[in-house]
Ligand binder design. Structure first.
Ligand SMILES: Nc1nc2c(c(=O)[nH]1)N=C([C@H](O)[C@H](O)COP(=O)(O)OP(=O)(O)OP(=O)(O)O)CN2
Length: 153
């Protein structure tokens, strides 16, 4: 596949970017938090993914694109949908008996190695999406319509 280079002069970097977003619904709580977020509560988490490229594809179906939106959306959806309609808990943050009871009831629990804040999720998704080969500007995670955290390098 040929790439069209858009870097025009030394020191000057011209970048293209794409942004897509996808949402998932899940419950969580913050262990050790003093306030309402210590309680199990739900969010519609919105994840915004910003990718960048110095170049565009220069032939075929994706000519003049970084990547087809549909392909990027598919990859991001595959990563994020795993968390949809689950209870996300930090490892060891629930009494084992409570966890067992919830599992016995058939509830879907996903354990994560981090405190499930918007900040942690933004880095978590950033790392996974980058592992897929994307050049990322940042990943933004909205916990509520008004509050978001982001991660970039
Ligand atoms: N920096 C962060 N602060 C908080 C996070 C977080 O992920 N990063 N998370 C929470 C809670 O999970 C909470 O659900 C969201 O916070 P908050 O804005 O207080 O919730 P509301 O939208 O319900 O706030 P109201 O303005 O009271 O409606 C806490 N902080």
């Amino acid at each position: 596949m040929l790439l069209l280079c858009t870097q025009v002069s030394e020191g000057e970097i011209n970048m293209y970017g794409l942004k897509i977003e996808h949402s998932f619904d899940s419950a969580h709580f913050l262990k050790g938090y003093e306030g309402k977020c210590a309680n199990i509560h739900g969010h519609r988490w919105k994840v915004e993914v910003y990718i960048t490229s110095k170049e565009l594809i220069d032939d075929g179906q994706q000519r003049a694109m970084i990547i087809d939106f549909k392909d990027l959306k598919k990859d991001v959806k595959n990563i994020i949908d795993y968390y949809d309609h689950s209870l996300i808990i930090e490892v060891n943050s629930l009494n084992p008996k409570t966890k067992e009871c919830l599992l016995d009831e058939g509830f879907r629990i996903i354990e994560v190695e981090f405190r499930p804040t918007a900040e942690s999720f933004s880095k978590y998704f950033y790392d996974i999406i980058r592992e897929k080969g994307y050049e990322l500007e940042k990943v933004v995670v909205y916990e509520t319509p008004n509050n978001c955290a982001f991660y970039y390098e």
